[in-house]
Design a protein around this ligand. Sequence first.
Ligand code: BGC
Length: 394
Amino acid sequence: MKAKKALSLFMTAVLAAAMLTGCGGGRGTEETSQTTDTPAAVEETAETGNTQDTETAEPAETEEEAGTASSGGGIVGVALPWLGTQNWAEAEVMFKEQLEAAGYEAIIQAADQKVPQQQQQIESMIENGAQVIVVGPVDGSQLGSVLEKAKDAGVYVIGYDRLLENTSGVDGIVQFGRVKTGELQAQALLQGLEELKGEAPYNIELFGGGPADPNAPNFFTGAMSVLQPLIDDGTLVVVSGQTDFTQCATVDWDNSKAQSRMDAILAGNYSDIEIDGVLSPNDGIARAIITSCENAGQPIPVVSGLDAENESVEWVWSGRQYSTVAKPTNALVAETVSIIDSLLSGNGMPATEVTANNGVIDVPVYELPPVVVTKDNAKEVFADDPDRLALLTD
Ligand code: BGC
């Protein structure tokens, strides 16, 4: 069995209990929990193209040698970036519910957008014997050394919702299609402009998310793949001239920063013209943009969004926000828990065709489809979501 660093007394006790009860361990014990007659899991993980496949593909010890057979149970850490948008607040609750229902002990922490705080939280999860750590990074590129530490300690690391960049200490990423999300936002913006704002050309502005979040430039890239040709042919006019991600980004996804930027853009460029539409990377920023336009006496522009936050679902229903994109947290958490089940029962990472290069390795990506929501399809999209469905009342 692979030696684990920082083996606390607590961890020793956990391992001893695992030996007695037959609970599966982390990466180290997972390798050994393969019995010689189950080569399928090894083949399956070898297809993912992850450089860490060599670890799972090592010849398995017998069950006798390992002293453990695969079964449920184990400690799972979940490190979230903050709780400032509904999706992360939901993730905190849903991970606890779903992990406990699956028989795991959950250690769940949020980092208030602070990288050192998140590094410390992950360290303490390693020290407390987590066999899998799920990470939604504050900054996708700042966790390299702590994730390497996790890897050396035999802990599996799964990126949740956001990529983990520039590190080999990641086994897979679970997320909604990040480029697709941006494409959907831009397509909805165009659809709304055609529906509500007459003939082109249309005056628009562009907003991006937090630059430390690897999703933000990807959302923006997806959106610009749809919008740029129409900016080039004059259908869309970005009146401020601000079209680079760096100009459009919103530090820390902070709604008030987005509102101040919108205020300044309106004051500087729209004193005698109307704004028709705004690309917004999520719902909180969408509401800030709409509020800014209302305060400036502008007619409400067509604004995109993301997350299907309750307040924005109400705004979409009442016509105040044109669209959002649903990426149901319960589905993403369920997908993550099923990967944890696979890992901790000794079956390795499930196969996937999709990978993302994180600067160091090609990371297996488990992708769910985001769905655009407008007033027209809201009832359909939320048919199985009674909480959101209940918001769609006249
Ligand atoms: C998530 C969004 C969220 C944003 C700000 C992104 O990484 O994908 O759902 O709105 O972070 O929290």
